[in-house]
Design a protein around this ligand. Structure first.
Ligand SMILES: C[S@@+](CC[C@H](N)C(=O)[O-])C[C@H]1O[C@@H](n2cnc3c(N)ncnc32)[C@H](O)[C@@H]1O
Length: 213
């Protein structure tokens, strides 16, 4: 049976309020009062939407909130493709976050319909913690990235707060996985990524890595 969190991702109303209501609230929760996650998020978005002719992939794109922002900075033939397996999220993406430089495809992040070494940048934000078998998805992110290209992940991480009694079990009961401090970095390493950099902000972690040329 799918978790509460997975069921929410398939709910039409949730898809409609996700970008304006849920995601900003969740980003604040990740910062837990501080501005760490929100600030890093802004800086990362600015970095990823820098001008260029890149081909980008936004995995588990939800309603396309980041897909569109990344695409906005691109130039020339640059495009950002968003994939997600929730029809209601993709309907919302098509309605609200479509531009000349975006495309949306329904696909499972475990088996993406792209050849090896395709994308200049591959992002997977706020999604791995909802996926029941997330580590093979990291292998897929690296597989479809071109040599010299970058992989960018934002997800959960075990912190002191998570060690408080009951916190982990409540999170896990609702289908929200909390990754060990080294789990994501180690998997990127074993998938062959290089220059793996982890930044922990509040209750979340950003991990950037490069696929060797
Ligand atoms: C919380 S949303 C994240 C949306 C956006 N990336 C963001 O950062 O706001 C998580 C998304 O992951 C998608 N998802 C979960 N498991 C997936 C899978 N196996 N393949 C593709 N998408 C998946 C859900 O449908 C949902 O849209």
């Amino acid at each position: 049976m799918s978790s509460i969190a997975q069921q929410m991702m398939h709910n039409r109303l949730f898809s409609q309020v996700y970008e304006r209501l849920w995601r900003p609230t969740f980003t604040r929760l990740f910062s837990l009062g501080g501005s760490g996650t929100a600030d890093f998020d802004k800086a990362l978005t600015a970095y990823l939407s820098r001008p260029g002719e890149r081909l980008m992939l936004d995995v588990a794109c939800g309603p396309g909130n980041y897909t569109r922002r990344f695409a906005e900075g691109l130039t020339g033939e640059g495009r950002c493709i968003g994939i997600d397996y929730s029809p209601s999220m993709l309907e919302q993406a098509a309605r609200t976050n479509t531009t000349d430089r975006t495309s949306y495809i329904r696909a499972d992040a475990h088996a993406m319909p792209f050849p090896d070494n395709t994308f200049d940048t591959v992002t997977c934000l706020a999604a791995l913690y909802l996926i029941p078998d997330p580590l093979p998805v990291i292998d897929e992110l690296v597989r479809v990235t071109r040599p010299g290209g970058e992989v960018v992940i934002f997800t959960s991480v075990a912190t002191d707060l998570v060690a408080l009694p009951g916190v982990r079990s409540i999170a896990e009961m609702s289908g929200y996985r909390i990754f060990g401090k080294h789990e994501i970095v180690d998997r990127l390493d074993s998938a062959g990524a290089d220059h793996v950099e982890q930044t922990i902000t509040g209750q979340g972690q950003y991990v950037l890595a490069v696929k060797p040329s």
